[in-house]
Design a binder for this molecule. Structure first.
Ligand SMILES: N[C@@H](CCC(=O)N[C@@H](CS)C(=O)NCC(=O)O)C(=O)O
Length: 225
């Protein structure tokens, strides 16, 4: 029965930036879905069944069929519900540019991970590396536009949406990087993004995640040294 219905189910966690992108896309598109909050220390049989390769969230199940990997899920959502709040430009070249920046952000995951897990002596270098990446995102991807695609939100914004929680990461690490003085346009974008309809009502409660983020940093740092 479930296999043939058009039911949409999302497996995620509150703190996952990858799952959050998908939540925002579904909300902006007005797609009804059931949400399953996973415990990543005790993954459900359903998650392991639907994502046997990576065993990670998010997974979107539509009409009984699973789609994994957040960037792939976003494209699937855009192609399945193209007319409800388009999230990719119509022009093929502009679509290619959007895909380039989504891939760029994901390829730079190690820089952000390096910041979260830096040891005391590596803090300055880790902060410089993040700043350099943020500058590229600000100057080359965002430019003078309000959002990455222009005046309205798109998939690139959703993929960089986790930057709105970077302040909590900075607090846990003890260094500030994304500040108005150094990155004025990217900082302004984080404020506009947080205020945008569809996003504002669906932001993660990152203050509540602070203790978890603290212990994640401690765990990652201790397994490094
Ligand atoms: N490339 C994946 C990354 C997903 C990912 O790293 N998910 C994390 C949570 S933020 C996870 O499920 N981790 C569980 C694990 O690694 O076992 C995507 O874009 O969906």
């Amino acid at each position: 029965m479930e296999e043939t219905s058009n039911k949409v189910i999302l497996f995620g966690t509150e703190a996952s930036p990858f799952a959050r992108r998908v939540i925002w896309a579904l909300k902006l598109k007005g797609v009804d879905y059931d949400y399953v909050e996973e415990d990543l220390s005790n993954k459900s049989p359903a998650l392991l069944h639907y994502n046997p390769i990576h065993k990670k969230v998010p997974v979107l199940v539509h009409a009984g069929k699973p789609v994994a990997e957040s960037a792939v899920i976003l494209e699937y959502i855009e192609e399945t519900w193209p007319n409800r709040t388009p999230l990719l430009p119509k022009d093929p070249y502009e679509r290619a540019v959007a895909r380039f920046w989504i891939a760029y952000g994901d390829q730079k995951g190690h820089v952000f991970h390096g910041f979260l897990t830096c040891l005391e002596e590596g803090k300055e270098q880790a902060a410089r590396d993040v700043l350099e990446t943020f500058k590229i995102i600000q100057d080359e991807a965002l430019g003078d536009k309000k959002f990455f695609g222009g005046n309205t939100l798109g998939l690139v914004d959703l993929c960089f949406g986790w930057l709105t929680s970077f302040e909590q990461v900075e607090r846990v690490v003890g260094v500030r990087v994304l500040e108005p003085a150094t990155l004025p346009r990217l900082h302004r974008w984080t404020r506009d993004f947080k205020e945008a309809p569809g996003i504002k009502e669906n932001l993660p409660d990152m203050e509540a995640q602070l203790p978890e983020l603290e212990s994640l940093r401690k765990h990652l740092v201790s397994s490094k040294s």
